[in-house]
Design a protein around this ligand. Structure first.
Ligand code: GAP
Length: 432
């Protein structure tokens, strides 16, 4: 299995992910996405959205604010409950999550044993809104995207032609002041969530939970994660939040072990109840059949886009030995590969005609790259490493017979095709 260090090095080398503010020494647990990382993440977002709109369910998309007043987070339970236990080593001053180390043993950093008492540390980033800093100005950067959906439930219902059951989906940033951010993109302080909140009648919550669980299984299969590296772990009764009727974690076998990738939960009517009570607003809906009002139940599917990207990179990375030389290849699903095709002139003298084809494809919206530097073998390796499924090479014969060589990333097989077929070959690779 690939090591995390190999993935981190690949990300830096190829321009997927950089440590944030690196030239100033970095900011722990925060990352910047380079051109390829931004493209890959965008394709992941699109794939997730497509997986929702291609169901036969009603889903609307939403974008909530990142800042929220304290009242929202009081109602949601984050102010009083969103804590991790922490301890400090009094010798070396290193800070740890108390539930991740054995306090009977010495400090893993300095080898001495001199712990502070455990303290609870709230993971939310607190700030003040406006010029005056008093109790009324307290706000928080959202630690999850979901709450903005719950507090807008009535707005969405009344301003769109939707009725129960329907889903509200959102992709956006979330912030958690993790005590020990680690494992690269796995646990960061600023990250992106892709969340679906499915509102349904109470009696349908259990079957709808099963429906979404199944949909999410299909999603992971379609996006191309290896089946053997995925498992769906239903929470034991003792693990469930008090309001949650059922919860299943999608876990991925990362280089550092099996870890949560997504949480799928039947949250009951906990969230709408909390906001109804705290905001003193009626968030119930009227059922035309029973002639009664009720608070809808919620099934939530919540996955981190960055965590998913890390899983996809780990899953796709492979090394092969080709005639005694190492070939690094990202065997990523062509539909999410940051670059779909590279256009390569065999010699710089041939730049013009293939650059014209490159521009035409780019104008049509394809993710293509033009690369003229280095030997053709080197250029193929470069594209393999970033997961480009197709390379088209324009050579001296192309000028007379109007054909190019197309090379497949995974099989490395080459074929001669007419220039007029380039777009068709790309479309086929993308599954159109
Ligand atoms: N609304 C439910 C919720 O936020 P969560 O299990 O705390 O539940 C959902 O988060 C998903 O968000 C996780 O499964 C993970 O993929 C991602 N996530 C959570 N904390 C993260 C962090 N610090 N860094 C990167 N991704 C994170």
């Amino acid at each position: 299995m690939v090591t995390l260090e190999t993935i981190i090095a690949l990300c830096k080398r190829c321009g997927f992910v950089y440590p944030s503010a690196e030239i100033y020494g970095g900011l722990n647990g925060v990352y910047d996405y380079g051109p390829l990382g931004a493209a890959l993440k965008n394709n992941i977002r699109k794939f997730w959205k497509k997986s929702l709109v291609t169901t036969d369910k009603t889903i609307v998309f939403f974008e909530g604010s990142l800042l929220g007043p304290e009242s929202v987070w009081q109602a949601s339970g984050h102010v009083s409950n969103f804590h991790d236990p922490m301890v400090d080593c009094l010798e070396c001053k290193k800070r740890f999550r108390a539930d991740e180390i054995d306090l009977e043993k010495s400090c893993p950093a300095c080898g001495k044993k001199n712990w502070t008492a455990q303290r609870q540390f709230n993971l939310m980033f607190k700030t003040a809104v406006g010029a005056l800093e008093d109790a009324s100005s307290v706000a928080y950067l959202r630690p999850e995207t979901a709450q903005a959906i719950f507090i807008n439930f009535k707005n969405i219902l009344s301003s769109n032609r939707v009725k129960i059951p329907f889903g509200v989906a959102q992709i956006g940033k979330a912030f958690r002041n993790e005590i020990t951010p680690k494992q690269f993109l796995f646990r960061t302080r600023e990250f992106e969530q892709m969340e679906l909140e499915w509102f349904c009648k109470p009696e349908n919550a259990a079957p709808d939970f099963e429906y979404w669980l199944n949909q999410r299984k299909n999603f992971y299969q379609a996006i191309g994660l290896t089946e053997a590296n995925l498992r769906f772990r239903a929470h034991e009764q003792t693990e469930l939040a008090h309001y949650s009727a059922s919860c299943t974690d999608v876990e991925y076998n990362f280089p550092f072990g099996w870890k949560e990738l997504e949480g799928i939960a039947n949250r009951g009517n906990f969230d709408l109840t909390q906001h109804s009570t705290h905001a003193k607003k009626d968030l119930s809906v009227f059922d035309d059949e029973t002639k009664q009002s009720y608070l809808p139940h919620v099934v939530e599917c919540s996955v981190g886009a960055d965590r998913l990207m890390l899983a996809l990179l780990c899953d796709a990375y492979s090394e092969e030995n080709i005639d005694g030389e190492k070939r690094v290849v990202l065997k990523i699903n062509p539909a999410i590969a940051p670059i779909t095709a590279a256009l390569l002139p065999l010699s710089k003298q041939l730049n013009e005609p293939i650059h014209k084809i490159f521009k035409e494809l780019q104008h049509k919206g394809y993710a293509v790259q033009f690369d003229e530097t280095g030997s053709i073998g080197k250029r193929y390796r470069r594209q393999d490493e970033i997961g480009t499924p197709l390379c088209f090479t324009y050579d001296f014969d192309s000028t007379t017979d109007n054909t190019v060589t197309v090379r497949d990333r995974d099989t490395m097989q080459q074929e001669r095709i007419a220039i007029s077929h380039i777009e068709t070959v790309i479309k086929k690779k993308l599954g159109f």
